[in-house]
Design a protein around this ligand. Structure first.
Ligand code: GDP
Ligand code: GDP
Length: 493
């Protein structure tokens, strides 16, 4: 049963309320020097940009991604400038266009950027041609940067626009990334496009990007980050995980050093270790300073899908507390950002011989319970007890990592979900709820992590208790505990 869009309430989409993962993606494309980075920076303002590696054929490329804010609009914006930097350094020129095409296919919109000051150049025509070939089905808007000094009075604006029109992407929108001129017009052009897209997403009519089918989804390379305070044993653990399968990737000419990645195979899967370059070098060079910088760790988390948080068993036993403040902050952040979380308690060998003592029981028994209390949004976060020093724990950790990843990629059919919904709503525990908003329809709009939309009849919103109840029921009934699940709601008129 498909809902007719016309039957849905057509109120303006409030982008600030939309889950970041669901926001549309806009890729900025254009020849070097038109001002792509300048526009990207203006759109994300002082917000954090993440540098994102493309796992593509053993080649690492950096692309910047951020959440753009333009008036009340929010969208994901990608800056492809890093690709050019790599290309102009010569070593990987041939693959650049291909990789951009790959990223383009995962975007819903493109901003084709040209520069008024420089006039139309042969390379602009090439980019235009390339876009026409690769951007089918992707709405592209032509934006003319560096227009701050153009004027209608002397006809320079009309001349430049007329010339740009020849590209075949309609009339350009004149802006200046540097001064902010024309941002209102850019907003005006983007708003209807993004809004239309967002309504479709929220109605479950499109799933973000051209994502592969659910079974293929979980076969994609898995990006894993190991985080934790200094000296908990991250480097030791990393070597245990990599074993002899270790492959170091990069850096290639034109790429930053921190794009070095480690990669290994586990049961036929490719696993990428995110941001481990520092640790790998440290193991070779002996200790350097390494702190749990929350800011840096946050950035790294954004690049990972599954986060392994390492804790120190001896410290837990001593402090009688499973997590220190910084660890709680990181764990919560991982969950809030929709990453799958696996907790590893390392150095269990130090508690040996005390196995029947109270100290030991405290660690294995108390840690999972305490984590549950500290991070109540997710039930059943897996906790693995290992000793990296003894080289044990690889299997136990990887089993949890892969299980978590598979749940994270899960897709449930609408038919299954609505059969489930009928059952849930007839449960007493649901009927006892206060508001009893009526859910007419329930659908999964995306995986990675699983995100659902509940269509609610009338104007009553689901209460937080109801959302929690639904989340818990989903986790229990479909055995998908341990990962962050999101439930959004949308009202039906
Ligand atoms: P990219 O290679 O496309 O990412 O271009 P950049 O963002 O690095 O910008 C290239 C050059 O154009 C830099 O020197 C910028 O300062 C300049 N630039 C960017 N936007 C504007 C603009 O709106 N007006 C003017 N006059 N210069 C700009
Ligand atoms: P990192 O700072 O988190 O990368 O920690 P390291 O991997 O450098 O380990 C810090 C110290 O803890 C080193 O002296 C390791 O030998 C030690 N260590 C790591 N794992 C274990 C373990 O499982 N048991 C014991 N007893 N020591 C460990």
């Amino acid at each position: 049963r498909k809902l007719e869009p016309s039957r849905l309430e057509q109120k303006p989409v409030d982008f600030s309320q939309i889950d970041k993962e669901l926001l549309p993606t806009v890729l900025i494309v254009g020849r070097p020097n038109v001002g792509k980075s300048a526009l990207f920076n203006r759109l994300i303002r002082r917000r954090e940009a993440i540098v994102y590696n493309t796992p593509d054929d053993h080649v690492t490329r950096d692309i910047r991604e951020g959440i753009a804010k333009l008036g009340d609009l929010r969208f994901r914006v990608l800056d492809s400038a890093g690709l050019e930097a790599a290309a102009s350094s010569g070593s990987i020129l041939g693959r650049t266009a291909e990789i951009t095409a790959n990223i383009l296919s995962k975007s819903q919109f493109a901003i084709f950027l040209i520069a008024a000051r420089d006039g139309l150049q042969p390379m602009d025509l090439q980019v235009g041609k390339w876009l026409r070939r690769h951007a089918q089905g992707i709405s592209t808007i032509l934006v003319m940067n560096k227009s701050e000094s153009l004027d209608d009075g002397d006809g320079s604006l009309t001349t430049a626009s007329g010339e740009a029109y020849r590209l075949g992407f309609g009339d350009p929108i004149p802006i200046s990334a540097e001064t902010g001129f024309g941002m209102a017009e850019l907003y005006g052009a983007l708003r209807p496009l993004l809004e239309e897209y967002m309504v479709q997403v929220l109605n479950g009519e499109v799933t973000k990007g051209s994502s592969p089918s659910e079974s293929e989804d979980s076969k994609l390379p898995l990006q894993l980050a190991i985080v934790g305070r200094p000296n908990v044993g991250k480097s030791t653990l990393l070597n245990t995980l990599l074993q002899e399968d270790r492959v170091l990737v990069g850096p290639e000419a034109g790429l930053t050093r921190d794009s070095i990645r480690a990669q290994f195979q586990y049961e036929g899967r490719t696993i990428y270790m995110v941001d481990t370059a520092g640790w790998l070098e440290r193991t070779k060079q002996e200790k350097g300073p390494a702190s749990l910088s929350i800011m840096q760790t946050r950035k790294n988390l954004m690049r990972a899908q599954i986060v392994v948080l390492v804790l120190d068993a001896e410290e837990i036993a001593k402090a009688r507390r499973s997590m220190k403040h910084a660890e709680v902050v990181i764990a919560r952040h991982a969950v809030e950002e929709g990453r799958g979380l696996v907790v590893v308690v390392n150095k269990m060998d130090l508690l040996k011989g005390r196995q029947n003592s109270k100290l030991y029981d405290n660690v294995t028994g108390a840690v999972p319970q305490e984590i549950q209390k500290l991070i109540p949004q997710v039930t059943g976060i897996p906790v693995v007890f290992v000793s990296a020093l003894e080289g044990r724990g690889r299997k136990a950790i990887m089993r949890q990592v892969i299980e978590t990843y598979e749940k994270w990629c899960l897709r449930l059919s609408t038919a299954r979900l609505n059969r489930w919904l009928c059952k849930v709503m007839s449960r007493h525990s649901w009927k006892d709820q206060a508001t009893q908003a009526k859910i007419k329809y329930f659908t999964q709009v995306k995986g990675r992590p699983p995100t659902f939309v509940a269509f609610v009849k009338g104007s009553t919103d689901l209460s937080d208790t109801e959302i929690r109840f639904l989340t818990k029921s989903l986790m229990d009934d479909f055995n998908i505990g341990g990962i962050p699940i999101r439930i959004l709601q949308r009202s039906l008129s």
